[in-house]
Structures are given as structure tokens and as C-alpha cells.
Design a protein around this ligand. Structure first.
Ligand code: LLP
Length: 386
């Protein structure tokens, strides 16, 4: 089954472009709210790194989620989209002074701090403003997620976060600082995680750490478990809305909370991933010796995931019902890794056909680049075609 696209209307816009199915996005958001809402103290922050398209953001804002930012630029985009600063969490291993100052000026909810030198600078900058910065420490739980090596982040030696061994020392330092308020712990084990036992392992680790803290009479108010819930790239239509029910229930079952503790989630891919597709046009069909190539006007500049992570995106010829043939689907960029897929079954392809790259709503448009002096792709939503 192919995706549902307003194909007749697509002829009015230039390819390549991103198309976002807003009905699916809204349904996904409603499901997130419904499932997280079953548990009183659960708060979801949308990981804006996945997609910061303004139209997409405005729909997410309407749903009431908070936002997880990793740069000053993301904080700006979040505020411009109308999200309240009080629902922003701000992570990142290398926060510049201006980014920290922006967070302080805006009174964001929390800085997720990743090292002692960073903590010292936040304390200093907050002091200069006569403010107290709320911080959570990002702890490396040393839990491996069964996902691509490039997107695993929770292991011990990692540029991200603070090791569990250093946790007590860092907390002691923070408790001494006048302009720091230590409010919680932050974790993130990786992305595109479909095996719930990875999240169970994280919960068990957090429970251990909480016990340790409790023995020191330290009770924190907030636990941020990061993001990471994956989507079904193979079958974008089969479960277009990820299984948020099981996801939140897993945390509810395994994460032991003290009274009044709040839990925060930072979900990116699972929120916007399935609603977006990259739409491109076939420029040429080239017959090779043993294969044929469908050469598109979109390349790794519009969607880098296949080239960077060997990621699979389902590819569909949305303007043909012709007999299925195998094609290597490639882009126009001068790089041999500019390949979307090899030996892909597509309805017979001819010049001018529209090709959809599915499940591209997260880490698609936002990772586009201007390499080869290409123009960044536009992003359209369903309403743009009505
Ligand atoms: N929180 C933190 C601290 C993160 O580092 C990330 C993602 C998230 C939340 C959101 O994770 P999600 O729910 O989207 O899995 N560009 C890669 C993915 C990089 C993920 C980076 N961190 C890709 O295209 O697969």
C-alpha cells in the first residue's frame, strides 16, 4: 500500500520538497497526549532537532507539548513558534555563552548539564544576572541501545553526559553553588529503539541511582528519560502511529518514582517521522549493463540518512501503476554515496514520475544541506494543497 498524497496538486510546486500529512501528525500528537496523560506526572517535550519546520511546529505547539532544545537556534525557533519558555529543556555538550544567556534570560525550565566545566560557566553567567539556573545532570547510564552505532549515546565513554561514577561528586559541587538549583537527572540512551527491554534496562539503572541518592537523603524532583522511541521504516502505513501505549506503560511499570517526582520525555522521531515524505521527480532512467537507475532530482542534500547511516526509507513511485521492476534509486549529487536504495522494486519508472521517500518527517528536512550549492527544500503541509 502506498502513501496517501494529493498528487494532482503536487504539479503546482517545484520538486524536491517535503510533504507533511497533518492529519497523521495531529492523530499522532493526540495519541501521545492520551497515552502520556494516563500518568499524572508525565511530561512530553518534543525534540525539535527532529524537525523544526514552522508549520509542523505550530501544530505541535497546539498540542501543548514542551520542547527539548540543543542549541540557541532551537530555543529561538521554539519561542518564535509560540511555545512557552517554561516548558523548554536545553541539552547539549557544547553550550556557548550566548546560548546559556538566552536560556537564562528566557527562564527556561531546565538546563541539562553535561560536564563540570559547563556547570561552572552556567553558575558564573547566572550570577552575573542575579539568577538561579535550574539544572539537571545528564548521566550516562551505560545502557546500550540496540540501534545504529552512530545514534547510540548512553554508553560509558562518550562525549555526552557525566559518568555514573562521577555523579555524586558533580551533585556535591552543584549543591555548593549559589546560582545553581539542582532539580533532576537526565538520561538518553539512543534513537530508533524498538526493543522495549532497552528502556527497561534504563529504568532499572535509574532505580539504582535513585536508591543511591536516597541513601544520601537527596530526592530530586525531575527525572528526564530522554527520547528514542523508534518507528517502522519498513511499513510506514502498517503502524503509522508508534505504540505509545506500550512505551509509556513500560516506564510506568519499571520506573520507581518517589512521591511528587515528575517524569520528562524527549521524543522526536516518533512524533514527526511517519507524517513526512520527501517528494522528488525522476530526471532520467538510465539503463546500465545489469541494472537500471532511476535518477532523481533529490539527493543526499535533501535526505542524508541513507548516505550517513545506511538508513532504509521506503521508496514509492506514486504516479505509476505499471509493472514492477528493480531500480537503483540515486540522486544527482557528485558523491558515490548519494544512493537512496539499490535494487528497489518500483512501478515502472519514466521521466517526470514522482517518487516518495517515506518516513522522512524526522531528521529529513532539518538535516538538508546546501552542498553542491543546492537550494534547501521547501516543506508543505496538507493544508497548503487545499
Ligand atoms: N534527547 C536527546 C538528548 C537526544 O540526543 C535525542 C536525539 C533525542 C532526545 C530525540 O531522540 P528521538 O526520540 O528522536 O529518537 N539524525 C539521527 C538521529 C539523531 C538523534 C540525536 N539525538 C537519525 O537520522 O537517525
Amino acid at each position: 500500500m502506498k502513501g496517501n498524497f494529493p498528487i494532482e496538486k503536487f504539479s503546482n510546486v517545484e520538486t524536491p520538497f517535503y510533504y507533511y500529512d497533518t492529519q497523521l501528525l495531529r492523530e499522532t500528537l493526540a495519541t501521545v497526549n492520551q497515552e502520556a496523560g494516563k500518568y499524572e506526572k508525565y511530561h512530553v517535550h518534543y525534540a525539535i532537532k527532529a524537525n523544526a519546520n514552522k508549520k509542523v511546529l505550530s501544530i505541535i505547539r497546539e498540542s501543548g507539548l514542551g520542547v527539548d532544545c540543543v542549541s540557541g537556534g532551537e530555543i529561538r525557533a521554539t519561542l518564535e513558534a509560540g511555545f512557552p519558555a517554561g516548558k523548554i529543556v536545553f541539552a547539549g555538550v557544547g553550550k556557548s555563552d550566548w546560548e546559556i544567556n538566552l536560556g537564562l534570560d528566557q527562564d527556561i525550565f531546565c538546563f541539562n548539564v553535561e560536564s563540570i566545566p559547563e556547570l561552572e560557566i552556567i553558575n558564573e553567567l547566572a550570577a552575573a544576572k542575579n539568577k538561579v539556573a535550574p539544572v539537571a545532570f545528564r548521566i550516562n547510564p551505560n545502557v546500550g541501545a540496540h540501534t545504529h552505532a552512530n545514534i547510540t549515546t548512553g554508553l560509558k565513554e562518550n562525549k555526552f553526559g557525566i559518568s555514573m561514577e562521577d555523579m555524586d561528586r558533580v551533585i556535591d559541587i552543584a549543591l555548593e553553588m549559589k546560582n545553581i538549583k539542582f532539580i533532576g537527572l537526565h538520561f538518553h540512551i539512543g534513537s530508533q529503539i524498538l526493543d522495549m527491554t532497552d528502556f527497561v534496562a534504563l529504568c532499572n539503572r535509574i532505580n539504582e541511582l535513585q536508591k543511591k541518592l536516597f541513601n544520601r537523603q537527596i530526592i530530586i524532583d525531575h527525572i528526564n528519560v530522554g527520547g528514542g522511541l523508534g518507528i517502522d521504516y519498513e511499513h510506514p502505513n502498517r503502524q503509522a502511529i508508534p505504540d505509545f501505549e506500550t512505551y509509556f506503560a513500560t516506564y510506568h511499570k519499571h520506573l520507581k518514582l518517589r512521591p511528587k517526582q515528575e517524569v520528562h520525555f524527549e521524543l522526536g522521531r516518533s512524533i514527526t517521522g511517519q507524517c513526512g515524505s520527501l517528494i522528488s521527480k525522476v530526471l532520467y532512467v538510465k539503463q546500465g549493463t545489469n541494472k537500471q537507475f532511476a535518477i532523481l532530482d533529490a539527493g543526499m542534500t535533501e535526505l542524508i540518512r541513507p548516505a550517513l547511516y545506511q538508513a532504509y526509507h521506503k521508496i514509492e513511485n506514486i504516479t505509476s501503476e505499471g509493472p514492477v521492476e528493480a531500480y537503483d534509486v540515486v540522486g544527482p549529487i557528485c558523491e558515490s554515496s548519494d544512493v537512496f536504495g539499490k535494487t528497489i522494486d518500483l512501478n515502472k519508472v519514466k521521466r517526470g514520475d514522482l517518487i516518495a521517500m517515506r518516513s522522512a518527517g524526522a531528521y529529513g528536512e532539518i538535516m538538508a544541506s546546501g552542498y553542491n550549492c543546492r537550494t534547501l527544500p521547501e516543506g508543505y503541509i496538507t493544508e497548503d494543497f487545499i
